[in-house]
Design a protein around this ligand. Structure first.
Ligand code: ADP
Ligand code: MG
Length: 368
């Protein structure tokens, strides 16, 4: 099922009664979510992810704009008639019911032409339980399950109605790190197996990048960029997106373009053909630093961290915006830990310039 979001806007009266101005939770959000894809809605807390999801499922009514499932305009449709499955951060299972009763619950409330026979309900519940691998646990109560198992029950309960659309709001946030990793893989597998169009909300960029066909990066209610995770990482449209994606994060410097050359401090670090003289922000991904004895950029060496797979070189620079710079290099590279300076060339694809006031990307010659 394709989902079309058309100029969706949602405003709330300000919670602070003294402030007259409304809160714009989501501003003019338009996007066609392709049939069968998993889309990750990503952004910091408060940027409007849950509000967007709640409008798709019908729990919130848009202030303006429209929502279509396929060709059907569902904007005014009640949540129970939209055919959506919803999973929240807190699993919200009924504590007094067994796993099986929890999964059956949404089916028992179906009325009229949707009503199912006992056998059909049983089969649907068994299928959903098998899909999320909890078929062994059907007679237990939620309190007898781990967090990961409870979240799987919640997912089974969302799937049992065979929804047209699956909506997940930070479903992994209450799980410990290992379970989070495992459960996100399972969600991906289930989504691939069922082909249900899925919107997955998270503030965790790594989570969104790892499971999404496409990510939507939001800031203060406004969509910043939509694209395949790798495309957005490789070609961020602005400083916010560049900083939000990637661990360790991108390193940002104050820089200056003069006579078609990029300077950080007094050092000419890169050609900047066709770019007018101006001050800029310079973003360099950690993997974009190339160790070189006569490299263009000199940083003050702080320390070396051996990570096993690679080496993290920690350094400082007077024009760096953050106190530490992190460069990731291969374990075959030798760095003298006693040297005061470490010098790098910069890999062209890993270097981004941003306008000093708008923070929009300025493309270097040849960059996409
Ligand atoms: P996210 O899920 O990305 O953390 P939300 O969609 O929950 O963000 O919230 C977006 C903005 O809208 C926030 O500023 C939040 O305080 C505000 N907001 C959300 N729900 C309400 C509400 N019912 N009343 C007033 N303000 C709200
Ligand atoms: Mg939220």
């Amino acid at each position: 099922m394709k989902i079309t979001l058309q100029n969706l806007t949602k405003t709330f009266p300000n919670r602070n009664k003294k402030v007259k101005k409304d809160v714009v939770a989501v501003h003019d959000f338009s996007f066609d979510i392709p049939d069968g894809e998993l889309v990750g809605l990503l952004g910091p807390s408060g940027c409007g992810k849950s509000t967007t999801l709640n409008m798709i499922c019908g729990l919130e009514k848009p202030t303006s704009g429209q929502i279509f499932f396929g060709e059907e305009n569902v904007t005014a449709l009640a949540p129970e008639h939209r055919g959506v499955g919803m999973v929240f951060q807190n699993y919200a299972l009924y504590p007094h019911l067994t796993v099986k009763q929890n999964i059956l619950f949404p089916l028992q409330n179906l009325k009229g032409k949707d009503k199912l026979s006992k056998e059909e309900m049983q089969k649907r519940a068994d299928d959903a339980a098998r899909l999320v691998q909890i078929d062994e646990l059907m007679e237990r109560k939620p309190s007898e399950l781990s967090g990961g198992q409870q979240q799987r029950v919640a997912i089974a309960r969302a799937l049992v109605k065979m929804p047209r659309v699956l909506l997940l709001d930070e479903p992994l946030s209450n799980l410990d790190a290992r379970l989070r990793l495992q459960t996100r893989e399972e969600i991906r597998k289930i989504q691939r197996a069922t082909h249900i169009t899925t919107v997955f909300v998270t503030h965790d960029q790594e989570e969104a990048m790892s499971i999404s066909d496409r990510i939507v990066v939001m800031k203060e209610g406004v969509v910043q960029q939509i694209g395949k995770p790798q495309e957005v990482y490789d070609s961020p449209v602005n400083l916010f997106v560049a900083k939000f994606l990637g661990t360790p994060p991108i390193n940002v410097f104050d820089g200056r373009v003069k006579n078609e050359t990029l300077y950080i401090g007094e050092e000419a670090v890169f050609p900047a053909k066709g770019i007018p003289d101006q001050e800029v922000y310079v973003g360099i991904r950690p993997e974009g630093f190339l160790l070189k004895e006569d490299g263009a950029l000199s940083c003050n060496l702080g320390g070396i961290e051996v990570m096993g797979r690679d080496i993290s070189i920690v350094s400082t620079h007077a024009h760096s915006l953050s106190p530490q710079i992190r460069a990731i290099v291969g374990t075959d590279k030798a760095v003298n830990p006693a040297a005061p300076l470490v010098r790098f060339d910069i890999e062209p694809d890993k270097l981004f310039l941003f306008h000093k006031t708008t923070e929009e990307r300025i493309r270097l010659d040849g960059q996409v």
